[in-house]
Design a protein around this ligand. Structure first.
Ligand SMILES: Nc1ncnc2c1ncn2[C@@H]1O[C@H](COP(=O)(O)OP(=O)(O)OP(=O)(O)O)[C@@H](O)[C@H]1O
Ligand SMILES: [Mg+2]
Length: 386
């Protein structure tokens, strides 16, 4: 029998970070009768705007962090860039998930990949890089192209550089070794994949696990463009991907919801790319397409509640990200036409400022077939007037 965390009190979920993932977490939290507190380093973030419990000086500011902890009953996060020491500090007073221990295993991509390799989870060959010579040696051993990645703080491909030849090694090294900021690097073999897959896994405090369908994730310029659920691959491969994803979450003793990004190679092997310790872009579709969204299951998981079904309600879903095309407002000029197809959902994050390539919204279509979902999602995106 699970003891209820609620105990007749109104609970406040504290979220580190106020972006769109926090906003969608908050929407689920409110539905479950929780309050939400947000801490970020600026005011007016998508989630900060939703609550009176908004803390705007960031978690690095200790008095601000203390105030945030004070009003929160339990704490979670929406990005992986929080120092484990901060999580440990919070954990002295409040439960926090994912734990500092989990974050220490995955925050640095080189450590994360080493942990998976030690646990016999297949992934692209990789190595730590400390010099241009290390890169040249990597290229010699595994051939070109290969990918150089910053070990920490990478997102939407910003920490990645594809090295096509020996002469690119210096360019890649210099890009991340500016006199003021020197970044730890790793190199990874380039995978000429047939598809990128992703699996969301929820795991609660008791170790109960709920796995979402394996989806296809299509990137443009290293940024997620489209997600198709379920992935158009065999049942065997989808099950294999789900097994790997669950193993990854167990290995890092994850509690919460986790996004596992995978490569499907041309010879049908499944390799892990990376794991995100939070709701993930590839799981946005679960809001409309599944019995229980990734956001709700994240909350259930950290509260130690039973996880909801991850089954899809209809046969197919398609999510398309809306990226900023210029500086300025993140709100379209007109959405009327785009809403005419009543079976597709529009999400606008209401970011204060749009930038080229910034994620400012998404659309999700759920339909009787994957093809119909793709068509409806494309149609909605096309009809938004900017
Ligand atoms: N080894 C690889 N071989 C081929 N393509 C890769 C490789 N590593 C990364 N990529 C491409 O770059 C994209 C982004 O890479 P990665 O996931 O490492 O970056 P990130 O910036 O941490 O992630 P995210 O885009 O998930 O925020 C991948 O989804 C994939 O399309
Ligand atoms: Mg990634």
């Amino acid at each position: 029998m699970i003891k209820s965390f609620y105990k007749n009190n109104s609970l406040t979920l504290g979220i580190l970070g106020g972006g769109q993932l926090a906003k969608m977490l908050a929407l689920s939290a409110y539905r479950l009768g929780l309050n939400v507190a947000i801490i970020d380093k600026e005011a007016g973030t998508p989630a900060g705007d939703m609550t009176k419990l908004e803390f705007t000086k960031g978690w690095e500011n200790s008095s601000e962090l203390d105030k945030f902890i004070e009003v929160s009953d339990i704490v979670t996060l929406e990005n992986e860039f929080i120092a484990p020491e901060i999580l440990e500090y919070i954990a002295q007073k409040r439960q926090v998930f994912p734990s500092a221990k989990t974050m220490r295993l995955i925050q640095d991509k080189f450590i994360q990949k080493s942990v998976f390799a030690e646990n016999n989870i297949e992934l692209p060959d990789f190595n730590a890089i400390a010099s241009i010579e290390d890169m040249l040696a990597f290229g010699k051993k595994y051939s070109y192209p290969f990918i150089v990645k910053t070990r920490t703080l990478g997102y939407d491909g910003y920490g990645n550089f594809t090295v096509y030849s020996e002469s690119d090694c210096k360019t890649a090294f210099d890009k991340f070794q500016k006199p003021d900021v020197k970044r730890d690097l790793m190199a990874e073999r380039f995978i000429d994949f047939q598809a990128e897959l992703a699996v969301m896994v929820a795991r609660n405090k008791q170790g109960e696990i709920a796995v979402y369908p394996c989806v296809e994730s299509i990137q443009k310029n290293h940024i997620c463009h489209k997600v198709i659920a379920p992935a158009r691959i065999s049942k065997e491969l989808a099950n294999k991907a789900k097994e790997i994803a669950v193993k990854c979450v167990k290995v890092i003793d994850g509690v919460g919801v986790f996004g596992v990004e995978l490569f499907l190679t041309k010879d049908n092997r499944i390799l892990i790319n990376e794991i995100a310790p939070r709701p993930h872009n590839s799981g946005h579709y679960t809001i409309e397409a599944c019995y229980t969204s990734q956001y709700e299951n994240a909350i259930r998981a950290i509260l130690g509640l039973p996880l909801g079904s991850t089954d899809m309600l209809l046969n197919g879903a398609c999510m398309i990200n809306i990226l900023g095309e210029k500086e300025g407002s993140s709100i379209p000029v007109d959405i009327t036409k785009s809403l005419e197809n009543g079976k597709t959902s529009l999400h606008l994050y209401n970011k204060k400022q749009s930038r080229v390539g910034r994620k400012i919204g998404h659309v999700t279509a759920v339909a009787n077939s994957v093809e119909e979902a793709i068509e409806n999602a494309n149609d909605m995106v096309k009809k938004i007037v900017w």
